[in-house]
Structure formats: structure tokens, C-alpha cells
Design a protein around this ligand. Structure first.
Ligand code: PXP
Length: 239
């Protein structure tokens, strides 16, 4: 199975918003990353629209041909927005106003989740759930009717950055076991958060990854090496 690379461009919007003007242009970044091999564009429209705004999402949908993966909190407002936007994929993520980035996976027991998933699917949007690497969450995602899950790889990636050998193995095995559990279902298996070249390479030991979703490292590294080199390198790593 050929794995895909989803590029999260939120941090281009963060840089643009720092000056309150329109540079760097988000649409240009999306077109560039696609040119060099991104298979989809991921954007997180937060409730406070602090990086990507709703109007950015609309513009991207109108102007790029590759699929958009909209990350969103499970709220009525965002569900209605997603239906209007009609991206190919939605990834439901937990959202806390004060957090710097998405700190953990979804709590699958929360009310309305099943209803929101059903509603989005009724409008032909594939729904993925961003979950922590544990078997129960795979089983519950399946029960909720998700089309895909995305495993929060933050703990694994951090362990690798800190060279904490024991934790690397523990966290890697959690993800590997989730892959095996997911094999019992038809859900697609995606990975994302905190990934860089090294952690992505390590995760390649796990087979049948549908998509890697990578943002911060790609945008940061591209300041030095450019989108072309960085994205092509990721594509080589994942396949
Ligand atoms: N996947 C999901 C669901 C996320 O929320 C994020 C962060 O916005 C990412 C992937 C990308 O994480 P990073 O920016 O650390 O690569």
C-alpha cells in the first residue's frame, strides 16, 4: 500500500496573521506543496480562527484540486461549516482555547459525536477521528462509524526527540498494536502530530499507513531547504 502525505499548512497562516496582512499567501503555499508531492492539504479551522480562517478554507476549496482535510472540533457551528464547505475529509479533533497545539486525542464518550459523524457522512464527507494510541479508542471509533482514525503520534515523536529509549519502544508498540486492531475493521489508518524525518522513518516499520499528516516540521524546515526538498524527502521516506 502506498502511503499518502497530508501537509498541514496552519503555520503559514500563523506567520501571515502575525502582520495582519496577506503575506505569505496561504493559497500559494497550498499550491506549492501540492506541486512537490503533497497528496492532500490539511487545515485546522479553530473556533477562534486564530490561524486558518473560514474564508481561507473557502478559498482553498475553490482553488485547489487535491483533497482538503478539514480538522475541526465537534461543535454544531463547525459541523454546519464543514457541510457548507464540503471537503473530502474531516478530522474531528479536541480543541481547547488556550492550547498551543492539539494536545491529545478525542474523548470518544462525548455526546453528539455519533450524530455529528452521521451528519457529515450524509453529505458525503469522510470522517476521521483523532485519537490517542489505544485499542479501546480504535474499537470505539469503529462503533461510532468513523471512516478513518488518525493516531496522535505526539508522545512517540517526543520520546524519539528526547532519545528516551524505553519510552520510544512503549509508544511505538502502542501505535503498532493499534494498527493490528484497526486491521479488524475497514477504517483507514492515519498518523499525525509532532512528526519529523526521523520519527516518520521509524514509523515506516508499521505497514499499511494510509496517510501521514505533517505540519509544523515541514513548514519550519522549509524555511531552510524549501518546500521542494523537504516534501520530496518526506515522500521518499514514506514510500
Ligand atoms: N494531525 C492533527 C489531527 C493535528 O491536529 C495536527 C496539528 O494541528 C497535525 C496532524 C500536525 O501536527 P504537526 O504540526 O505537529 O506536524
Amino acid at each position: 500500500m502506498k502511503s499518502k502525505l497530508g501537509v498541514n499548512i496552519d503555520h503559514v497562516a500563523t506567520l501571515r496573521n502575525a502582520r495582519g496582512e496577506n503575506h505569505p499567501v496561504l493559497l500559494k503555499a497550498a499550491k506549492e506543496v501540492i506541486k512537490y508531492g503533497a497528496d492532500s492539504i490539511t487545515i485546522h479551522v479553530r473556533e477562534d480562527q486564530r490561524h486558518v480562517k473560514k474564508k481561507d478554507a473557502i478559498k482553498l476549496m475553490q482553488n485547489i484540486k487535491k483533497p482538503i482535510n478539514l480538522e475541526m472540533a465537534p461543535t454544531i457551528d463547525m459541523t454546519n461549516f464543514a457541510i457548507k464547505l464540503s471537503p473530502k475529509y474531516v478530522c474531528i479533533v479536541p480543541e481547547k482555547r488556550q492550547e498551543i497545539t492539539t494536545e491529545g486525542g478525542l474523548k470518544l464518550s462525548q455526546k453528539n459525536l455519533k450524530k455529528i459523524i452521521k451528519k457529515l457522512q450524509k453529505y458525503k464527507i469522510e470522517v476521521s477521528l483523532f485519537i490517542n494510541p489505544n485499542i479501546k479508542d480504535i474499537q470505539n471509533s469503529h462503533k461510532l462509524g468513523a471512516n478513518a482514525i488518525e493516531i496522535h503520534t505526539g508522545s512517540f515523536a517526543n520520546a524519539l526527540k528526547k532519545k528516551n529509549k524505553k519510552k520510544i519502544i512503549i509508544e511505538f508498540n502502542k501505535i503498532r498494536k493499534c494498527r493490528l486492531e484497526c486491521d479488524k475493521t475497514k477504517m483507514k489508518f492515519n498518523l499525525g502530530h509532532g512528526l519529523d524525518f526521523q520519527s516518520t522513518k521509524y514509523l515506516k516499520k508499521i505497514k499499511n499507513i494510509n496517510e501521514y499528516n505533517i505540519g509544523h516540521f515541514i513548514i519550519g524546515e522549509s524555511l531552510f531547504d524549501g518546500f521542494s526538498k523537504v516534501i520530496k524527502k518526506f515522500k521518499r521516506i514514506i514510500n
